[in-house]
Ligand binder design. Structure first.
Ligand code: ACO
Length: 164
């Protein structure tokens, strides 16, 4: 589904989300320009292509990456998740986030986190609805945007298997 197709009244269930491939990576770049104040570098797009099923593209976009935390536990880091303005409030963001929560759970990845600009009330409300909590505040995290500060939002999605 392209960004300009369909109407604002469509149900989230009817929206298909593609994987990111060489052929639609330009669409991903256009979405990011429309959605986020931050400009992303070539590594970001290489990660998007390499992330397989985790990255989804529709009238919205989601880019999580696997990350290694202190102690060696693997967790999912959501680099970007966004829905074009005419499609917001329809459950598309929910569909994207549920996709990554389900996939993480299936892969026994039990922790998920992200950074969000401290003034992004909509995104903070969105993530809190799914049980994310603010775990940290980082001053001057962003360059060239105001405010430069971010919250770290985290959620434990399943307990790791206890070692015997
Ligand atoms: N105000 C308050 N609560 C909200 C809002 C809002 N504007 N938008 C969503 N929510 C909450 C509500 O609880 C909502 O449930 P409800 O409809 O039952 O009330 C719930 O989130 C789910 O809403 P969806 O319709 O699934 O969310 P949507 O498709 O609108 O996507 C998103 C939400 C992704 C935050 C969207 O507003 C967006 O793309 N914003 C711009 C890009 C952005 O800021 N992305 C996050 C940056 S951080 C990062 O990418 C890691």
């Amino acid at each position: 589904m392209g960004a300009g197709e369909g109407g604002g009244e469509m149900a989230a269930a009817a929206i298909s989300l593609d994987g990111v491939r060489d052929k639609n990576v330009m669409q991903l770049k256009k979405f990011n320009t429309a959605l986020f104040p931050v400009r992303y570098n070539d590594k970001y797009y290489a990660d998007a292509l390499a992330s397989g099923d985790f990255t989804r593209l529709g009238p919205s976009r989601l880019l999580p990456a696997l990350d290694l935390k202190e102690g060696g536990a693997i967790c999912v880091y959501i680099m970007t998740l966004g829905v074009l303005a005419p499609y917001r409030g329809l459950g598309v963001g929910t569909k994207l986030l549920n996709h990554v929560l389900d996939l993480s759970h299936k892969q026994n990845i039990w922790e998920i986190y992200l950074h969000v600009q401290t003034n992004n009330d909509d995104a903070i409300a969105f993530y809190k609805k799914f049980g994310f909590e603010i775990t940290d505040t980082i001053r001057n995290y962003y360059m060239n945007i105001s405010p430069p500060d971010c919250y770290v939002l985290g959620k434990v999605i399943a307990q790791p298997h206890a070692k015997k």
